[in-house]
Design a protein around this ligand. Structure first.
Ligand code: HEM
Ligand SMILES: *[C@@H]1O[C@H](CO)[C@@H](O)[C@H](O)[C@H]1NC(C)=O
Ligand SMILES: *[C@@H]1O[C@H](CO)[C@@H](O)[C@H](O)[C@H]1NC(C)=O
Ligand SMILES: *[C@@H]1O[C@H](CO)[C@@H](O)[C@H](O)[C@H]1NC(C)=O
Length: 588
C-alpha cells in the first residue's frame, strides 16, 4: 500500500502542476449576458485535486482561495470534482444570501459516507438537512438549554470551574515547568459543558476520559475524509483508517452511554416516585433529549443518536470557546494597555472588593470588556469558515447561479479583515466597537463580521459563548496580571487544528526563572492564601530576592495591609519567541 500511495501522490503532484499551468494560461472568459452562470473561478481544476482537497481542510486552502478572490471577485466557484464549491468573501453578499434569502441558503450538503457511523446518519444539528428534524433538534437546544433562565441556572458551576481554573493557573505559575495555558482553558470549558450535558459533577478522571476520547476523534476527523472519496474502494484500501474510525466511535459510546443511561434511570425513578420537580436538581441536555420525539419518524431518539447529540454539544462549545479565549488572552498579554483598561473598567464598575471576582450579573456593565471580546472574535475567529451550506433549489445571487448540487461557504476570517469595512483591520483595537451602540453579532441588519455565522444556521450557542468569554476574560485579568518575561514576545501565528489555534501556545513561566523582570510590586494575596496564618512568599518578593533590583515602589511590610490588593503576575508568553514580526504571516 505504501508504494501505491507514493505513486498516487506523485500523480497528484503532476496533475496539480498541470492544473496550475492551465490556470495561468487560460483565464476564464466572461460569461454570456443572457445565460446565468455559476460565479467565476479558475476554469478547471483536475479531478485528482479533489483527492488533495479531501485530504485538506478549507483553512489549509485559505491562501489559495484568497488569491482567487483577488482575481475573480467576492464570490467564486471552485470546481473540485462533481459539485461546484462556491465561496463568498464579502459581508454584504453573505447578508443577501443568509438573511434575505435565508430560507434558501440554510441547507447542508449531502453527508459523506462516514457520517453514517460518526453522526448516526446526520442526526446532529450541525449536519442535519434543513427540515423538520433539524428544526426540532435545534429548537430543543436553543429553547431548552440556551434560554436565558436555563443558562442562569448553571451560574454555580461556572463559578466553581473558574475557581478551579484560577487555582490551577496559580500553581502553574509557581511550577518550574512551563505550562500551556490553553490546556487549562480547554479543560475548564469542557467541565462546564459536561456538567450542562449530564447534570452532574463528574470526577476529574472521568472528565479527562471523555475529553480524551472526544479530542482524539476530533483531531482524526480530517484524516477520515479520504474514506469518503470513493467509499467502496477507499474503505478497502484504507482499511486501517476505517477500523480506526469504528474504534474511536466505539470508545466514544463506551464513555458517553453509561452517563446517558444513568440519567435515563434517574428520570425514570423520579417519574415513578412522582417527584418530578426535584428542585435542587438541574435540567441537563440529556434530560431534554430524552423527552424529545423525532417529528418525521415519530419516535424517541435511540442511544446512538443520543451519543451523537451529546458529542456535538460537548465539541461545539469547547474548542471554539477555549480557542477564542486563548486568542483574547494572547492579545491582552501583547497589548498591556488594553489589559489595563479592562482592569480599570472592572475596578470602576465593580468597585475594589476584597474578593477578586466579577460576577456574571455585573458583566453587562462592562462595555470595554465586551469590545475586547468582539475584537478578539473579529481578529481571530476560531473558525475561518462556517460549516458548508447548500441551497434548497437553484438560486440567483448577484447575477450568478448558485446550483442546488453545489456547496456554499463563507470566508469568516476574510470578512473580519476586510479593509472596506474595518479601518486598520490587522490592528487589535477594541475601541472600534465602542462607537457602535451595541454591536449586533448576529448580523441581522448588516454583516460586518460573522464569527458565529448568520441567518437560520447561526451558531445557537453564541450567547453562551459570549457569556463564557466575558466571564473568564474578566476574572482572568482581575486575578492575574498577564505579561511576558523580559525579551519574550507573543507570537500570533496561526495553526489549523479543529479550529484555528495559536501556533505557539501561551505558556506560563515561573517568576524569577530567567532573570530580572519588571513586575508589579505588592502583596500577593488570594482569598485562599489570606486565610493562612503564615504569610506566603509573594511573587514579587521572589523576584526581588533573586534579581536584586529595587521594586518600583518599595513597600515596607507594615504598610502591606493598607494597600489595596494588587494582582499577582502570571508570566506568560508563547512557547518560542518569534524572531520576526508578530503579525500572522498568512495575512501579510
Ligand atoms: C466562541 C465560540 C463559538 C463559535 C466561534 C461558534 C461558531 C459557530 C459557527 C461558525 C457555526 C456554523 C454556522 C453556519 O454554518 O452558518 C456554528 C454552529 C453551531 N454551533 Fe457554535 N460556536 C461557538 C460556540 C458554541 C457553543 C457554546 C455551542 C453549544 C453549546 C455551539 C453549538 C453550535 C451548534 C449546535 C451549531 C450548528 C447549528 C446549525 O447547523 O443549525 N457553538 N458555531
Ligand atoms: C448541477 O446543477 C447545475 C444547474 O442546475 C447543472 O447545470 C449541472 O449540470 C449540475 N451538475 C451536476 C454534476 O449534477
Ligand atoms: C431573495 O432576496 C431578494 C432580495 O435580495 C428578494 O427580492 C427575494 O424575494 C428573496 N427570495 C427569497 C425566496 O427569499
Ligand atoms: C455532525 O455530524 C457530522 C457528520 O454528519 C460530523 O462531521 C460533525 O463533526 C458532527 N458535528 C459535531 C459538532 O459533532
Amino acid at each position: 500500500m505504501e508504494a501505491w500511495f507514493i505513486t498516487l501522490v506523485s500523480f497528484c503532484v503532476c496533475f496539480l502542476i498541470r492544473a496550475i499551468f492551465s490556470l495561468h494560461s487560460s483565464p476564464t472568459k466572461a460569461s454570456g449576458k443572457a445565460i446565468i452562470t455559476t460565479p467565476p473561478g479558475p476554469s478547471h481544476i483536475s479531478i485528482i485535486t479533489r483527492l488533495l482537497w479531501l485530504r485538506k481542510s478549507f483553512t489549509e486552502l485559505e491562501p489559495t482561495l484568497r488569491t482567487f478572490h483577488a482575481k475573480y471577485g467576492p464570490i467564486i466557484t471552485l470546481r473540485i470534482g462533481a459539485s461546484p464549491a462556491i465561496f463568498i468573501a464579502d459581508g454584504a453578499l453573505a447578508h443577501r444570501a443568509l438573511v434575505h434569502n435565508g430560507s434558501l441558503f440554510s441547507d447542508r450538503p449531502e453527508a459523506p459516507a462516514t457520517a453514517a457511523i460518526l453522526s448516526s446518519n446526520r442526526r446532529n444539528i450541525s449536519s442535519a438537512s434543513y427540515g423538520a428534524t433539524w428544526r426540532t433538534l435545534r429548537r430543543n437546544l436553543a429553547s431548552e438549554m440556551l434560554h436565558h433562565s436555563r443558562v442562569r441556572s448553571f451560574s454555580g458551576i461556572r463559578k466553581c470551574v473558574l475557581n478551579s481554573l484560577l487555582t490551577r493557573l496559580k500553581s502553574a505559575s509557581e511550577s518550574i515547568h512551563s505550562v500551556r495555558v490553553i490546556d487549562h482553558l480547554r479543560h475548564a470549558m469542557f467541565c462546564l459543558l459536561v456538567f450542562m450535558c449530564f447534570g452532574e459533577r463528574l470526577d476529574e478522571g472521568k472528565v479527562r476520559d471523555i475529553a480524551r476520547v472526544e479530542r482524539q476523534l476530533l483531531l482524526r476527523l480530517g484524516s477520515f475524509n479520504i474514506l469518503n472519496f470513493w467509499p467502496s474502494v477507499t474503505r478497502v484500501l484504507y482499511r486501517k483508517k476505517w477500523l480506526e474510525m469504528l474504534r474511536l466511535r466505539k470508545e466514544q459510546e463506551d464513555v458517553l452511554l453509561p452517563l446517558i443511561r444513568a440519567r435515563k434511570q434517574k428520570q425514570k425513578q423520579a417519574k415513578e416516585s412522582g417527584l418530578n420537580d426535584d428542585h435542587d436538581d438541574v435540567v441537563s441536555y440529556v434530560d431534554t433529549l430524552l423527552d424529545l420525539q423525532l417529528p418525521e419518524e415519530k419516535r424517541e431518539l435511540n442511544e446512538g443518536e443520543l451519543v451523537t447529540l451529546c458529542n456535538e454539544f460537548l465539541n461545539a462549545g469547547t474548542d471554539t470557546t477555549s480557542t477564542a479565549l486563548q486568542w483574547i488572552m494572547a492579545n491582552l498579554v501583547k497589548y498591556p494597555h488594553v489589559q489595563e483598561r479592562v482592569v480599570e473598567e472592572i475596578k470602576q464598575v465593580v468597585g475594589e472588593k476584597k474578593e477578586r471576582e466579577v460576577k456574571e450579573e455585573e458583566l453587562h456593565k462592562l462595555g470595554y470588556l465586551k469590545a475586547v471580546v468582539l475584537e478578539g472574535l473579529r481578529r481571530h475567529p476560531p473558525g475561518h469558515f462556517v460549516l458548508p451550506h447548500a441551497v434548497t433549489e437553484d438560486v440567483v445571487l448577484k447575477d450568478y447561479l448558485v446550483p442546488k448540487n453545489g456547496t456554499v461557504n463563507f470566508m469568516v476570517a476574510e470578512m473580519g479583515l476586510d479593509p472596506k469595512v474595518w479601518e486598520d483591520p490587522l490592528a487589535f483595537k477594541p475601541e472600534r466597537f465602542l462607537n457602535d451602540e451595541g454591536f449586533d453579532i448576529t448580523g441581522t441588519k448588516e454583516i460586518k463580521m460573522m464569527p458565529f455565522g448568520a441567518g437560520r444556521r447561526i451558531c445557537p450557542g453564541y450567547n453562551l459563548a459570549l457569556l463564557h468569554l466575558e466571564y473568564f476574560v474578566a476574572n482572568l485579568v482581575l486575578n492575574f496580571e498577564w505579561k511576558v518575561p523580559q525579551g519574550g514576545d507573543v507570537d500570533l501565528s496561526e495553526k489549523k487544528e479543529f479550529t484555528v489555534v495559536m501556533k505557539n501556545a501561551l505558556q506560563t513561566f515561573r517568576i524569577g526563572q530567567n532573570g530580572p523582570y519588571r513586575v508589579r510590586n505588592g502583596p500577593f494575596r488570594t482569598p485562599k492564601s489570606r486565610t493562612k496564618t503564615t504569610p506566603r512568599t509573594t511573587h514579587s518578593e521572589i523576584r526581588t530576592a533573586r534579581s536584586g533590583t529595587h521594586p518600583e515602589r518599595p513597600v515596607l511590610p507594615s504598610e502591606r495591609p493598607v494597600l489595596p490588593p494588587e494582582r499577582p503576575v502570571l508570566l506568560s508568553r508563547t512557547a518560542r519567541s518569534p524572531s520576526g514580526t508578530a503579525r500572522s504571516p498568512s495575512f501579510l
